[in-house]
Design a binder for this molecule. Structure first.
Ligand SMILES: O=C(O)[C@H](O)[C@H](O)COP(=O)(O)O
Ligand SMILES: [Mg+2]
Length: 300
């Protein structure tokens, strides 16, 4: 197996760029950490666009809808349309609408933020939970009798929820104990890279439910085939001329490999150089570089 090629020179960047027409960019840990753009990201994206490359943004972060992401990009000085963004909240909403054909008289119980709510609403799917402020409280003694399976709930959908609590977990578990209730996750990332550290990821929201319900969710984020099928259907790119750029081996790089794309790992997020150079490394990208901005810096 040829080892990963580290891109460190102008010649290597030119050779790398000549292989691809389309680039799928992961966001957290590649473009930014939290709300801070990583070095020379804007310059790199502008350079790729100037060379006629197509840019698509594929994020597992379900806290924002595609529309909300366009605002985040704009605040960071980068013009991106909602059509160029494909988030796990959108992936889950499309899956419920188009694959599950979720009944109009049923609701989704959401453990997550507004991104999930907005994408479900855009597909005409009813939901409860999510950012509902009445659920952001301790469980009270009188709740135990009130929390029962709700026949109007057809699905429990979990994502990165910055307001998780015992009350919401209890409501979700009651409904997951009904076998017909669908158990979905926007993604199951173990950690969330921000502020130079690793915080609990979306996977830690559904983990308690997996343990308690003895059920596994269907995950609609990277590296799921469901997400790749959706992205391929929407953008119709040529896999061998498309590169997935990510910071996480078990989501981004796996996603690219399973989709027969080229892969580039950047070391500004979850995984480090030692993870791919280790003898027992299971997932190894084709290429890697210290940060995405190296593309701009090495060419200038
Ligand atoms: O826990 C999460 O949801 C993920 O860490 C995070 O959102 C990943 O986002 P991405 O790197 O796919 O943009
Ligand atoms: Mg990432």
């Amino acid at each position: 197996m040829t080892g990963p090629v580290k891109i460190t020179s102008k010649t290597e960047v030119e050779e790398f760029l000549s292989k691809y027409d389309d680039f799928l960019f992961d966001c957290d840990g590649v473009l930014w950490q939290g709300d801070v753009l990583l070095p020379k990201v804007k310059e790199t994206l502008d350079l790729l666009r100037a060379r006629g490359k197509r840019l698509i943004f594929v994020t597992n972060n379900s806290t924002k809808s595609r529309k909300a992401y366009t605002k985040k990009f704009s605040k960071l000085g980068i013009d991106v349309t909602a059509e160029e963004i494909f988030g796990s909240a959108y992936s889950a909403a499309v899956y419920l609408k188009k694959v599950v054909k979720f009944p109009a008289d049923k609701k989704v119980l959401v453990l997550g933020e507004s991104g999930i709510e907005e994408e479900l609403a855009s597909e005409g799917i009813q939901f409860v939970g999510g950012t509902d402020p009445t659920l952001r409280r301790d469980i009270e003694p009188e709740d135990y009798d009130k929390i029962v399976p709700d026949p109007s709930i057809g699905c429990v959908l979990s994502g990165l929820d910055l307001h998780l609590n015992y009350l919401k977990l209890s409501m979700a578990l009651m409904n997951l104990q009904v076998p017909d209730t669908l158990f979905l996750a926007t993604n199951i990332d173990s950690t969330y890279p921000t502020h130079g550290k690793l915080f609990p990821g979306a996977g830690t929201m559904c983990a308690p439910l997996v343990l308690a319900s003895k059920r596994q969710p269907i995950s609609l984020g990277k590296p799921s085939k469901a997400m790749m099928d959706c992205v391929k259907a929407k953008f119709e790119f040529e896999p061998t001329r498309t590169c997935m750029v990510g910071d996480r081996l078990d989501t981004d790089i796996r996603f690219g490999q399973d989709g027969d794309l080229g892969t580039l790992l950047v070391l500004t997020g979850v995984n480090k150089e030692s993870d791919i150079l280790a003898e027992d490394a299971e997932i190894v990208p084709m290429h890697y570089m210290t940060k995405l901005g190296d593309i701009f810096e090495l060419l200038n």
